[in-house]
Design a protein around this ligand. Sequence first.
Ligand code: HMG
Ligand code: MG
Length: 302
Amino acid sequence: MALPKSVKIVEVGPRDGLQNEKQTIATATKIQLINQLSEAGLSYIEAGSFVNPKWVPQMADSAEVFGGATRKVGVTYAALTPNLQGFERALAAHVDEVAIFAAASEAFSQKNINCSIAESLTRFTALMDAAQRHNIPVRGYISCVVGCPYSGAVEPETVAQIARDLLAMGCYEISLGDTIGIGTAGQVKRLIEFLMQDIPVEKLAVHMHDTYGQALANIYAALECGVSVVDSSVAGLGGCPYAAGASGNVATEDVIYLLNGLGIDHGVDLEKLIAAGNSICEYLGKTNGSKVAQAITRKYQA
Ligand code: HMG
Ligand code: MG
């Protein structure tokens, strides 16, 4: 299949990127990051989550973050919501969209959302009904699509079954999460080709963490299958609180550089994006996790 002509980037830095940071991050800093990302041309920003703040304290101020961020026209400001309670909080914060998340591994489902896969799908029904009533689109994540930190390899058929269930309950898109960044391009290609037997590729997105340094290769494999929605995190921030050692998502800057090289449209200004990544990394006292950002920043400093 030909590579897509354009790719939509789902910027998950403010949520997936920051959720695992131990230090307190000022609400104003989160808002500034979101505004810088929208100014850089990102059209979809997952800006926070409405989960139990006891479990993920960093996201406790998501309502204030949504309230304070400049809502740029044409940008979707989305939140992660695990249940009806999360959805109602998200609705009160005037989110544009929500995302629900299931896992393709029982062990991860228990650790992450404290219930079985089947229970999580049942729990989503009330949320989906409410979302439909309020005309809020719902995106579906599946975690651990190639491997689980607790139980090992995951079969494509398991992922396919959950993807079908999430689509049947009304999700408009399924984001395939390699939560622990363990997958390889061959596995990703096989998984997507398997899913494409009964799911249109337009309904699939990829969400690659970069623990083993394979994320860009995996994204390229997905693009070759026709996938045109890619999740990424500015400066490669992040990790999952329930997947010890898992690194951040692929860095958005690195994905943009890849897409530039392939002549694929994306609408993002790389320089502004690098500035956004550098400023949040400076705040966090971290090295920017994007190799592209590092290289370009060095070039300007030389
Ligand atoms: P639970 O403890 O089983 O929930 O948590 P519960 O329904 O029994 O309620 C217990 C308490 O939680 C109650 O409060 C509820 O009110 C409260 P208490 O009476 O004890 O004071 N509660 C809530 N509070 C605020 N907002 C809510 C909410 N729901 C219940 N929405 C729950 C179940 C799912 C809520 C919990 O396990 C949770 O919040 N987990 C957090 C999961 C999380 O955020 N994980 C990280 C994101 S997922 C990810 O990173 C993967 C992804 O990036 C894709 C990939 O990489 O693969 C998406
Ligand atoms: Mg993730």
